[in-house]
Structure formats: structure tokens, C-alpha cells
Design a protein around this ligand. Structure first.
Ligand SMILES: NC(=O)c1ccc[n+]([C@@H]2O[C@H](COP(=O)([O-])OP(=O)(O)OC[C@H]3O[C@@H](n4cnc5c(N)ncnc54)[C@H](O)[C@@H]3O)[C@@H](O)[C@H]2O)c1
Length: 319
């Protein structure tokens, strides 16, 4: 079998070297892989080197893997040239379904049999992308976040014809190499985090349209408020803490969700008893048995560290 185990990968191919593909290439180089890339844009190679010039000092600061070197980058003359010896392929072509559908079989024809091919797509599901695939069982989505060489999250999911082993292989490979892979329970357009971001983005635009706040004020409301907490607590543990000593159970008892749902332009899901139990139990698992006092002490320590880090880096845009 041509496919190595995730710990034996030596060469990674990146198809498409724009913002995401370039970031992936930087990441894989920093992790000590041979990286072969391909992009049809005649300016792509120069653009990729500019991206690497900017990314490399930060990757050095985060710590390069032994043997990591920019000299291990090879710009392929064709897709076949870039993918023919790859142990894993990350596709980051433009977000157009017809491009991705046509590209996948081209990659597959030249790639070693059985190796995993992952798409960076932000919005499409793999069941749609793999429609013309030759071996759809090894095709997955590995959705990164900009910049993929720094932000850890990758959302991983297969399509109708993807084999379970391919999704597991991809998760293992990403996790071994510094990313935080989430294996989705099922595929959905926009995956997890983009859907959340989109909901907030829609609400932000509604508030501007309704004359409630300016874009500057909405930006500040996130940055000076919940944005600081989300990095450490996410939505669920944050709400668990909003319930005080009673946690999420207390939150559901004391907050009138029906009333709160009129704040939002989004429709609220039906909060059945089963749904509440599912959420309460998950929050209790995430809180790992810690009391409200213990959680709030950890929260405050992290908040102070985040605020100090932001204060120290003043070269950021205002608003
Ligand atoms: N931009 C983001 O923040 C972001 C975040 C996560 C995921 N993504 C996803 O990553 C993918 C790439 O997005 P991007 O922002 O890097 O776009 P981009 O436009 O910066 O890069 C796309 C690259 O693909 C190249 N390309 C065009 N046709 C190609 C082909 N047939 N084969 C190979 N390469 C081809 C282009 O020349 C370009 O360099 C998309 O699927 C997008 O949804 C983007």
C-alpha cells in the first residue's frame, strides 16, 4: 500500500499557493517536510516567497522542527509534477465548486494510490467536491483558519463516499503536526466555525443597518468584551459560567431563553429537555468538575495575560 502512516509522512504537496495554500506550505516546511507545490498563476512563485519571508520569523519563534528549511520547497511544473511523490496533499484552489470538482480527479490521476487528499474549502461539502473523484474514499475536507501556519484549528470531515480511515488519518496527521483537528460528526456547508462567524457577521450587519451601532462600535464591543473570553472559554463554558454556581443547569433555570431570542435576527432552535440535558452534560464535562470559584480564577488569570499581550503589541489597527 502506498499510503504511509501519519508519523511516516515525508513529502506534502500543496495545490494552489494563494493565501491558504501558501500558509499551508509555510506550515509544512516549518514542520520539517519536503513540500512540493503547484499554482497556475505565473506570479505565484514570487508571491509564495513573499508570504514565506513574512511567515518564517514567526515560525522560527514558534519553533522549527529539526531539519526544517525553506530550501525543501519545490515549485512543481505541473500538478502531476507536484503531487507524484506526495504522501499527503492539501488542495487550496479558489473557492469555486466547478474548479474543485475538476481539479480533484486531475490530482488523483498523478498522486500515489491511497494517499489522503484534503481540501481547504471554507464552504463546500466533500460530497459535492468528490462527485467526479476516481477514489473518493480518500478525499476529505481539512478546513484551516487564516493564517494556517499559526492558527491551530482544522475542521475535518468526509463526504458520502469518503472512508472513515481517511478522516481518521487526516486528523492524526494534522494533530501530530501542530494543528488542532476537530473530526465533525457529519458534513455541513460552512463546517463549524465559519457558521458561527457568519451568524455573528449577519448580526453585526443587521445592527449597522438598523442604526444600533457603528462598525467601529461593534468591533470594539467584541474586542473589549466577549472576544477576550472566547479564546479560553468558547461559547458553552462562557454560558456555563454565566449560570454562576449553578453552571449551565442554573443558566437554563434562570434565563428566559424565549425572551432572549428576540435580541437576535436568527431563529432560535427548540430547546427541548433532551437538548438542555445534552448541553448541561457537555458543559459539566468541559468544566472537569471545577467549581465556579476555580473556573473564575483560571479565567481571570488568562484574561490578564491576554490583555497584557494585547497591550504589549500596540502595532494593531484601531477600532
Ligand atoms: N482566505 C481565507 O481566509 C480562507 C480560510 C480558510 C479556507 N479557505 C479556503 O482555501 C481555499 C483557497 O482560498 P485562498 O483564500 O487561499 O484563495 P487565493 O485566491 O488566495 O488562492 C487560490 C490560489 O489557487 C490558484 N489556482 C487557481 N486555479 C487553480 C487550479 N486549477 N489548480 C491549482 N491552483 C489554482 C490561484 O492562482 C491562487 O494562487 C478556498 O477553498 C477557500 O475557501 C480560505
Amino acid at each position: 500500500m502506498a499510503r504511509p502512516t501519519p508519523d511516516k509522512v515525508r513529502r506534502v504537496a500543496c495545490v494552489g499557493t494563494g493565501l491558504m495554500g501558501g500558509g499551508w506550505a509555510a506550515h509544512f516546511l516549518a514542520k520539517g517536510f519536503d513540500v512540493s507545490v503547484q499554482d497556475p498563476d505565473p506570479k505565484a512563485e514570487a508571491k509564495l516567497h513573499r508570504l514565506l519571508d513574512q511567515a518564517w520569523p514567526f515560525l522560527e519563534e514558534l519553533g522549527l522542527a529539526p531539519g526544517a528549511s525553506r530550501a525543501r520547497l519545490k515549485f512543481g511544473t505541473s500538478i502531476g509534477d507536484a503531487v507524484k511523490d506526495a504522501d499527503f496533499i492539501q488542495e487550496s484552489a479558489p473557492e469555486k465548486l466547478e474548479i474543485k470538482v475538476k481539479l480533484l480527479p486531475q490530482i488523483e490521476e498523478a498522486a500515489p494510490k491511497d494517499i489522503v487528499i484534503s481540501s481547504s474549502t471554507s464552504g463546500f461539502i466533500m460530497s459535492d467536491i468528490q462527485k467526479e473523484s476516481i477514489h473518493p474514499e480518500r478525499t476529505v475536507i481539512g478546513h484551516p483558519f487564516n493564517p494556517p501556519h499559526i492558527v491551530p484549528l482544522v475542521e475535518v470531515c468526509g463526504g458520502k463516499n469518503t472512508a472513515e480511515w481517511a478522516v481518521d488519518w487526516a486528523c492524526d496527521f494534522y494533530n501530530r503536526n501542530g494543528h488542532y483537528a476537530i473530526k465533525m460528526l457529519k458534513e455541513a456547508p460552512g463546517h463549524i466555525a465559519n457558521r458561527l462567524q457568519q451568524a455573528m457577521w449577519h448580526e453585526a450587519l443587521h445592527m449597522v443597518q438598523d442604526g444600533i451601532a457603528t462598525p467601529e462600535q461593534i468591533n470594539a464591543a467584541i474586542r473589549q468584551g466577549p472576544g477576550l473570553r472566547w479564546a479560553m472559554m468558547g461559547s458553552f463554558v462562557h454560558m456555563h459560567m454565566a449560570g454562576g454556581e449553578g453552571g449551565m443547569r442554573g443558566f437554563f433555570q434562570h434565563f428566559d431563553m424565549e425572551k432572549a431570542s428576540v435580541w437576535s435576527k436568527l431563529l432560535s432552535p427548540k430547546l427541548t429537555p433532551e437538548m438542555k440535558t445534552k448541553v448541561i452534560e457537555a458543559c459539566e464535562r468541559m468544566a472537569e468538575g471545577k467549581s465556579y470559584t476555580e473556573l473564575s480564577r483560571a479565567r481571570d488569570k488568562n484574561l490578564v495575560a491576554i490583555i497584557k499581550a494585547l497591550r504589549a503589541n500596540k502595532d494593531w489597527v484601531k477600532g
